[in-house]
Design a protein around this ligand. Structure first.
Ligand code: HPA
Length: 251
């Protein structure tokens, strides 16, 4: 995403299974406040290879904030204030598509938003005009290409397409809900893809999602979903996610 420390920092928002970023050469850490409140964690500054990055843990460190209570606006605003203009959102997801089983990595190309009741825009309050951002392509094609090249170079099991269905959580879905998501065209289901992507777009930041499948979505396997299964897939797949981040930053 850049190969020089003169480049603006890339933001990485770590999700479940990625509350810290090992391999990051730390250069600073700061608590930040924003007009939208406090972000989920302090912002950790460092270098991945030569690329400056700012790391934020979406659910806090330690992991404690559920998906519907993440202050997405504060998170994105804090990164923006640090000079970040490209954000990689790392998400643990359930796989709906047959190819997307546990530990599979996906760089999705579309989103459908099923979340509700979340603070999902910066455009509210006393506005001079109503603003409708274009959101046809929610993910940056340049940033996607870099992640895809990195996944390919590492020989990791991954898919370079996918529709991310963002659900409200925190509960997992029913089997019928997953069938509906599938009929809608979703390949993945997760709880944190939105409003993060739209808020990044409102700030005119490039945004890309790097998703790790941690379970087959409800009804897509012969068993119910357990935390043990999710943790095992995180253990198996998160090293690949870290490698993709390192390689795509030029490390
Ligand atoms: N559904 C929604 N969110 C998720 C899942 C799931 O199956 N797995 C991980 N995050």
């Amino acid at each position: 995403m850049g190969t020089s420390s003169n480049h603006p920092p890339v933001g990485i928002i770590g999700g479940t299974g990625l509350t810290t970023l090992s391999g990051l050469e730390l250069t600073g850490e700061r608590p930040v406040n924003t007009p939208w409140g406090e972000p989920s964690s302090s912002l950790v500054e460092g270098l991945l290879g030569d690329q400056p990055v700012v790391f934020l843990s979406r659910h806090g460190n330690p992991h404690r904030i559920p998906p519907h209570q993440v202050n997405y606006r504060a998170n994105l605003h804090a990164l923006y204030e640090m000079g970040v203009r490209t954000v990689v959102g790392v998400n643990a997801v359930g796989g709906i598509h047959a190819d997307m089983g546990p530990a599979h990595i996906v760089i999705p190309d579309q989103i459908i938003d099923y979340t509700w009741g979340r603070a999902s825009t910066f455009f509210e309050g006393d506005l001079e005009e109503t603003t409708h951002i274009d959101f046809t392509f929610p993910y940056s094609s340049e940033a996607r290409a870099l992640l895809i090249d990195a996944a390919r170079a590492e020989g990791l099991p991954f898919s370079d397409f996918g529709v991310y269905g963002a659900t409200q959580g925190p509960r997992l879905e029913t089997a019928a809900e997953v069938l509906r998501l599938e009929r809608d065209g979703c390949d993945l289901v997760g709880m944190t893809g939105m409003p993060e992507a739209a808020l990044a777009a409102e700030l005119k930041m490039n945004y890309v999602c790097l998703a790790l499948v941690v379970n087959r979505a409800a009804g897509k396997s012969d068993h119910i979903i357990t935390m043990e299964e999710i943790e095992a897939a995180i253990g198996q797949g998160m090293s690949g996610v870290r490698r993709i981040l390192e390689i795509s930053m030029g490390g």
